[in-house]
Write a protein that binds this ligand. Structure first.
Ligand SMILES: O=c1ccn([C@@H]2O[C@H](COP(=O)(O)O)[C@@H](O)[C@H]2O)c(=O)[nH]1
Length: 281
């Protein structure tokens, strides 16, 4: 067991101190253009540095979307490494959105890439895909436990296509999304104040009262802003589990850049709406 405090405990404290908002670092080509930046490594670096400077000392979580860095090859990955290190040094928790998933030793290698404390891309948590079977994630669960990191497992994603997989039913009637939630509840059993193994559950999904969202872990909720959900939707979607929701906003904040004050203003407005919604929920 690592001496490092588990991710769930660190996240609970960050959410209580800073509010639960997670801002995405998603350097879309279209956003680079809107910010007056070139769609190249220099533009990527400037974009990412600006978001980290604007947000890392005030929001609980930053979530870089790995795909937008990977498309620039090794130089993009170098920018990602730097962004992760700077965001963590400034006090934000970093959830790497890389949605990794594979079997056995390959999954173990993915886990080492993001969850080993000596890895250049070491992050506080990683998004993972369980669609090779939840058990295929075991190497990542084990390494996360050792290093004090966390996972966010895709359970009920925010995109409309997700249902064809996630609503598929097992012979006993439980659907795939509910199965993932049940695995996570078992993973987090007995953990206080919050387990380190969370689910991705879209804020776009409407009433989820047929699901048991009480997994004793965080629920990363993308879909607010550009995908149409609003902070006011959170209590109706998540019910009593809203207290453990980490709402993610990427383009809804980023489109206000590159001005740092404007980015901060947009994030503060979302944070305030989220606070009000959670308090009322
Ligand atoms: O179900 C999911 C899982 C991940 N995402 C990711 O979150 C952000 C959302 O960006 P917005 O600009 O706020 O729409 C993006 O990185 C997605 O890949 C998701 O949207 N839904």
């Amino acid at each position: 067991m690592s001496a490092r405090e588990p991710f769930g405990a660190r996240l609970r404290r960050a959410m209580d101190e800073r509010g639960p908002l997670c801002v995405g670092i998603d350097p879309h080509a279209s956003l680079l253009a809107e910010w007056g930046l070139n769609d190249d490594v220099a533009g990527l670096e400037r974009f990412s540095r600006t978001v980290v400077e604007a947000m890392a000392d005030r929001v609980a979580v930053l979530k870089p979307q790995s795909a937008f860095f990977e498309r620039f090859g090794s130089r993009g990955t170098a920018v990602l490494e730097k962004s992760v290190a700077e965001a963590r040094a400034a006090g934000a928790l970093v959830v790497m959105d890389a949605k990794r998933g594979d079997i056995g030793s390959t999954m173990a290698a993915y886990a080492e890439s993001f969850l080993h404390e000596d890895a250049p891309l070491f992050s506080d948590a990683l998004t993972v895909s369980p669609y090779l079977g939840y058990g295929s994630l075991r190497p990542a669960v084990e390494l996360a436990r050792e290093s004090g990191a966390g996972l966010f497992v895709l359970a009920l994603t925010s995109n409309p296509e997700g249902g064809e997989v996630q609503h598929a039913r097992r012979p006993d009637g439980l659907d795939v999304g509910a199965t993932m939630l049940a695995h996570l509840a078992a993973e987090n059993a007995g953990e206080r104040p919050l387990g380190s193994f969370g689910a991705v559950v879209g804020a776009t999904l409407g009433d989820l009262s047929s699901y048991d969202l009480d997994v004793n872990g965080p629920l990363l909720a993308p879909g607010i802003g550009a995908q149409g959900a609003t902070p006011a939707d959170l209590p109706a979607v998540f019910g009593a589990a809203v207290r453990n929701v980490v709402p993610n906003v990427s383009r809804g904040v980023l489109r206000h850049g590159p001005d740092v004050a404007a980015l901060r203003g947009a994030a503060e407005r979302f944070a305030e709406e989220i606070r009000a919604a959670v308090a009322a929920g």
